[in-house]
Design a protein around this ligand. Structure first.
Ligand SMILES: [Zn+2]
Length: 536
């Protein structure tokens, strides 16, 4: 019921509001458009001047270190900042308690800024030290760098708000978080429930190790994440094993089947699994067992095809073991497709902003970390990546559920240089830079590009029209978006509740306190950078 009510709200209220306000201000737009270069300079300076907020947000969210669907403190913190700055916040959207949408402004265009907020299991890591040192052994942490994106977006949005108010520019800024991105389990629900219906363009930000944007299909995959739960019959494993039907046998047989079949799938597919439930103890035949698969491929049709094969494997395993199986979709992501017009516009601003000026300390931390993970110690990027057309045949790799949004609205992803090149990803080493000057400077550069690109979209309305022309005439000409989730699938918000309940009390002791410490390194008493572990 709740979902229906929200859907109505986002479909009707906002566009009506927008219509009422659109026609009023063309002169303000025309007058300001002449001053676009000077407004861009001004907004970049204002982002730079607000660096304290950027740093505080990055350090604070790093210290929360929350896993997918449990981003409670992070969402409370970011939405409070937005509300204090005049944004109207709607919480708990699409059945996800930690998801929200914040809006400010009136009328068209509606520009939506998104960025992910969740962390990685077992990635707890002290920032600013070039070796493995967990803050709390076994606890989650920001081993991807999702602690930095909301800082990029909020800093950019606040700078825009000041200029939009002064220049009386029509337009609506919409901020939202990628909840549970590490599970690819949030954004498809937001699209399904209509939260992007009135949006003209989505500017998404993601941590990277350069300042860049692409268009078309990037390297990487789309995917379906599904958990198969087998049900058998328990028995005493020694006294009457013949009475039992092992659900764990079914899990193992399904995995064997998949691993043999793997050789005969397209080379670009990626698939992996973990056994979430393998039974309770050896002398009880497992009556319940489950295995969780990620099934990835380069296009939607191949993802569906491989999903069908996995379902067949699961059925086959039940036949071999006289068990039954049910499945639950946990996440999904369409392969991404980014908008050419917005990417080209953003690329010009990237060239204007350039990479941050790294200090010797920044480079020393980067090189030390690269040596620790045994790659070439080339340090941080000092040259912008070239802006180039998409590869004719993109390569396989990871997925991001921004894919679903990119098929609903013209979308780009800005990658900003808050991390160190050549690290493993989803790893403690990727957390090392994420509450240091590297992350802060990288995010400031990203916020400048976001703010300047949004000014382009506000003051050159033809860009929005051209972006939609590309979306309609090129991107969706032959490929039509059909979500992998149905209207009945629900976000798996129970995931990680147990892990966070276990670690949160200990993690709370390390939450950043900006009233007492200028930055998180200072609070932790870490000398920046620390390259070698002190001998004791
Ligand atoms: Zn990510």
């Amino acid at each position: 019921m709740r979902r229906t009510a929200l859907l109505v709200c986002s479909l009707l209220t906002i566009p009506q509001l927008a219509l009422a306000q659109t026609a009023a201000e063309p002169s303000a737009v025309a007058a300001s458009a002449d001053r676009l270069p000077s407004l861009k300079q001004e907004i970049a300076a204002s982002v730079e001047a607000n660096g304290k907020l950027t740093q505080e947000m990055i350090d604070m969210i790093f210290s929360f270190g929350e896993l997918a669907f449990q981003e409670v403190e992070t969402s409370r913190y970011v939405t409070e900042i937005l509300e204090k700055n005049g944004f109207a916040v709607e919480r708990g959207i699409s059945g996800m308690p930690t998801a929200w949408i914040a809006r400010w402004g009136t009328g068209k265009p509606v520009i939506a800024f998104g960025s992910d907020i969740d962390g990685i299991p077992k990635a707890s890591q002290k920032p600013g030290v070039a070796y493995h040192e967990p803050m709390i052994e076994g606890a989650p942490g920001h081993g991807e760098g999702h602690n930095s994106g909301q800082a990029v977006n909020v800093t950019a949005a606040l700078a825009l708000k000041t200029i939009m108010e002064r220049e009386k520019l029509p337009g609506t800024l919409v901020l939202w978080p990628g909840v549970a991105e590490e599970l690819l389990a949030g954004k498809a629900y937001m699209v399904r429930d209509g939260h992007f219906k009135d949006v003209d363009a989505v500017l998404f930000t993601h941590v990277g190790d350069n300042l860049d944007v692409t268009w078309g299909q990037p390297n990487g995959t789309g995917m379906i994440s599904v958990e198969y739960t087998f049900k058998g019959e328990s028995a005493h494993s020694a006294a009457r094993p013949w009475r039992g039907r092992s659900a764990l046998d079914a899990v193992e047989l399904m995995n064997i089947g998949w691993n043999f079949r793997r050789e005969h799938l397209e080379p670009e597919q990626r698939s992996h699994y973990v056994i979430k439930n393998g039974g309770d103890q050896p002398n009880v035949v497992p009556s319940l067992a489950s295995v969780w698969y990620f099934i990835r491929e380069m296009d939607a049709a191949d993802i569906e095809k491989n999903f069908g094969i996995a379902n067949k494997m699961a059925e086959a395993a039940t036949m071999m073991t006289d068990t039954t199986v049910s499945r639950r979709i946990i996440g999904s992501a369409w392969p991404r497709h980014f908008n050419k017009v917005i990417a080209e516009t953003m690329s010009e601003n990237i060239t204007a902003v350039g990479l941050p000026k790294w200090s010797e300390d920044d480079q020393a931390l980067a090189k030390g970390t690269q040596r620790t993970v045994k790659v070439k110690d080339k340090g941080l990027a000092t040259e912008l990546e070239k802006f180039k057309p998409p590869a004719e045949k993109p390569e396989s790799g990871g997925s991001d559920d921004i894919g679903d949004i990119s098929w609903a609205v013209p979308t780009v992803t800005l990658r900003y240089p808050s991390n160190i090149p050549d690290l493993p990803g989803h790893h403690w080493a990727n957390a090392i830079s994420m509450a240091t000057p590297i992350a802060h400077k990288g995010a400031t550069a990203g916020a400048k590009v976001m703010a300047m690109t949004t000014l382009d979209l506000l003051l050159r309305p033809e860009l929005i029209t051209q972006a939609w022309t590309y979306y309609k005439d090129v991107q969706t000409k032959e490929v039509k978006y059909k979500p992998f989730i149905s209207t009945d699938d629900k976000p798996a918000t129970y995931i990680n509740a147990d892990v966070m309940a276990q670690y949160r009390p200990e993690m709370k002791k390390f939450y950043y306190n900006p009233a007492l410490y200028p930055n998180y390194l200072d609070q932790l008493g870490i000398k920046y950078p620390t390259l070698e572990k002190a001998a004791n």
